[in-house]
Design a protein around this ligand. Sequence first.
Ligand SMILES: NC(=O)C1=CN([C@@H]2O[C@H](COP(=O)(O)OP(=O)(O)OC[C@H]3O[C@@H](n4cnc5c(N)ncnc54)[C@H](O)[C@@H]3O)[C@@H](O)[C@H]2O)C=CC1
Ligand SMILES: CC(=O)C(=O)O
Length: 314
Amino acid sequence: MNTKARKVMIIGAGNVGASAAYALLNQNICEELILVDLNKTRAEAHAQDLSDAAAYMPGMMTITCRDASDCADVDIAVITVSGGALKPGQTRLDELKSTAKIVHSIVPQMMAGGFNGIFLIATNPCDIITWQVWQLSGLPRSQVIGTGVWLDTTRLRRKLAQDLDIGAQSIDAFILGEHGDSQFPVWSHSSVYGSPIEQVYRHRTGRELDRQAMADSVRKLGFEIYAGKGCTEYGIAGTIAEICRNVFTGSHRALAISCILDGEYGVNGVAIGVPAVLAQSGVQQVIELQLEADEQEKFARSVEVIKANIALLP
Ligand SMILES: NC(=O)C1=CN([C@@H]2O[C@H](COP(=O)(O)OP(=O)(O)OC[C@H]3O[C@@H](n4cnc5c(N)ncnc54)[C@H](O)[C@@H]3O)[C@@H](O)[C@H]2O)C=CC1
Ligand SMILES: CC(=O)C(=O)O
């Protein structure tokens, strides 16, 4: 029997980091959670509070605090740091300067500390920071994953599910590209049990699916939540938990996450949201879809946005 404790380190115990810790705890995804934050007092308080909650869970989990460099035994390191909340009217790309600086100071310390697990990046702008972590770490691309458009995909499925009155798990639709304003739904590959989504939509609602309105509502959702509460946290916490679970179980399930491309889709050296198969070693395979001409154009536009911002990294 494999008795090795699964260890997740969360670097940045703010809104997202603390919510991700709670999701991992509730879903019993690992045996050890390690919190890291500049604000050590707050991180320690979160660890104590989560340890109280752990007493109500069916499994055993220890929650501790450490420095990021103390990571040689960590399986998955989740990066959720930030330099401050977005101001009204800003986009995720506006976080680049501050988050890239923080990441630049953390990842080399972790590599010097002997990290050889999987990096999972939620910090925005997610695709660019994923590429930065890949570069700074020198790890194989399979070990560096961004949460990418899996949260956006979940939002799309939720919205379609509400209109169709069908469980979101039965809807095969997803978002591709940047976790940002250039993302887009892949309508050519969207279906419910093999029936094209538009046909099902017409049949169940008596209306035509307004593709543009649906894409816009998904793209804007994060900002609407932000406007109401100053952050988004529970949705991304669910995303982080789901990716960690699929890695630990070696599910070989394909999720739309940010991966470093190496020739797939005709693109090299860019992290972008694409469907990828998750195994215990990380990304086992990037799935290349046959995109329609307009989808190819949108994908190329997303690649351009990400490349232009990679060029701004320190
Ligand atoms: N990928 C996605 O879908 C989503 C991404 N995000 C992103 O996640 C990031 C975190 O957001 P929040 O939790 O709301 O921010 P927050 O400000 O609540 O938390 C960030 C934490 O990082 C810590 N931190 C800063 N520098 C550090 C360092 N050098 N070492 C250790 N800790 C450090 C801060 O002390 C703070 O506790 C942001 O970039 C945000 O845009 C948020 C929601 C969804
Ligand atoms: C903040 C962010 O990236 C989101 O909720 O999509």
